[in-house]
Ligand binder design. Structure first.
Ligand SMILES: Cc1cc2nc3c(=O)[nH]c(=O)nc-3n(C[C@H](O)[C@H](O)[C@H](O)COP(=O)(O)O)c2cc1C
Length: 212
């Protein structure tokens, strides 16, 4: 079993946790980036659709601060439609190599168009074209059909900047519930739960240690 680096400057004190989870989450993300693992910013995003059916998928987290965690996707995808009827989601980071997880739950909101534009503008041109080519989560007949759509949009935007598709952009998940978890031998894990106090500005949280 592996354990988190307890001597690190960013060590989280579960018996005396900070009043705010944001810096601790950022510190753990930073430590994850220093590990020899692909996609340290990968997280599971769980949504619930209009029929009450949960679904989950991996996403890459592209921004994190007191306002929440940000990812980018197609608003017309399966997850996009689910979030339209149920604008509450759950995120889960798991870093096996550090025996850690962070769980986040909260309401979603779209980030500003200007922020989505700025993020889209610095993506590789191929990814920009493919954001147009892929009707994410819709059926398509074949790989050849997908590549034909890619070629069609490559031609449409030839010799010009690729604009951000209106159906693509960033979503922010509010940090209403944040649980920081460190694994230990024989299941005596450490857990601290932050529950955001509604309408607190700047946000403040109730902080509780949980049994493992
Ligand atoms: C490592 C990894 C990172 C991913 N990152 C994203 C992402 O940032 N945005 C996205 O829309 N899909 C991402 N995907 C694809 C999603 O997991 C998913 O297949 C896609 O968003 C369609 O999901 P949906 O049909 O439930 O809407 C990623 C997949 C993997 C394995």
């Amino acid at each position: 079993m592996t354990h988190g680096p307890s001597s690190s400057a960013a060590a989280f004190d579960f018996d005396n946790p900070p009043s705010d989870p944001v810096a601790s989450c950022l510190a753990w993300l930073e430590e994850a980036k220093q590990q020899a693992i692909p996609n340290p910013n990968a997280m599971t995003l769980a949504t619930i659709d209009a029929n009450g059916q949960p679904s989950a998928r991996i996403m890459l987290m592209r921004g994190f601060d007191a306002r929440g965690a940000v990812y980018f996707t197609n608003f017309e995808s399966r997850k996009g439609l689910a979030m339209r009827s149920n604008p509450r989601v759950s995120l889960l980071f798991f870093w096996d190599i550090m025996n850690r997880q962070i769980r986040i739950e909260g309401a979603i909101s779209r980030i500003d168009d200007t922020e989505s534009d700025a993020y889209f503008a610095q993506r590789p041109r191929e990814s920009q074209i493919n954001a147009w080519a892929s009707a994410q989560s819709q059926p398509i007949a074949s790989r050849a059909a997908l590549e034909a759509r890619q070629a069609q949009f490559a031609e449409k935007f030839a010799n010009a900047p690729v604009p951000r598709p209106p159906h693509w952009g960033g979503t922010r998940v509010a940090l209403e519930r944040v649980e920081i978890w460190q694994g230990h031998p024989f299941r005596l894990h450490d857990r601290v739960l932050y529950t955001q106090i509604p309408a607190s500005t700047p946000p403040s949280w109730r902080v509780e240690r949980l049994c493992p």
